[in-house]
Design a protein around this ligand. Structure first.
Ligand SMILES: [Fe+2]
Ligand SMILES: [Fe+2]
Length: 158
């Protein structure tokens, strides 16, 4: 059982090794490619899985509420990624930090996804294969985002 209080723990081995010695530009390229994958592949896929599950359980209002929570989370994330791409990454590459730059906190974001997963796991969908697929997908996404944040904080010093 993973301890929910232990956050930001990333297995060192999970970090792509070439990034440890990469230039800022290479690290930013890697992070940007991850953003594209989140936006174009992972988030739409999770949305589709939610919609599919809602069709299977049309009388489960709680599921709609959890989906709304996910929508809120992903909108917040879209803003977060845009801010990184337009402001923080260019600053990390140039090494010039402007004053009054809004600094982002990954800690504020993380509990969101954890809560979504916990809510789904406490429902009856957990026994449904599609529900299981959604939960597993969200868990992988959560781990992916933690690794992503770890790279941003420790290799890019955001
Ligand atoms: Fe990012
Ligand atoms: Fe980030």
């Amino acid at each position: 059982m993973p301890n929910p209080h232990v956050q930001h723990q990333v297995q060192f081995i999970d970090v792509p090794l070439h990034l440890l010695e990469g230039t800022k530009q290479e690290i930013v390229d890697y992070l940007m490619a991850s953003h594209v994958a989140y936006r174009d592949v992972k988030i739409p896929k999770i949305e589709q899985q939610f919609l599919g599950l809602m069709k299977l359980y049309p009388n489960a209002p709680a599921l709609g509420a959890v989906f709304n929570l996910f929508q809120k989370f992903q909108l917040e994330m879209q803003w977060h990624m845009k801010h990184e791409e337009q402001v923080l990454y260019p600053q990390a590459i140039s090494g010039i930090k402007e004053e009054n730059t809004h600094v982002i906190s990954h800690e504020d974001q993380e509990p969101f996804l954890t809560e979504i997963i916990q809510l789904l796991e406490s429902g009856r969908y957990v026994k449904n294969p599609f529900g299981r697929m959604l939960i597993d997908g969200l868990k992988r996404f959560d781990e992916d985002l933690r690794l992503h944040a770890w790279i941003e904080e420790n290799l890019l010093m955001l």
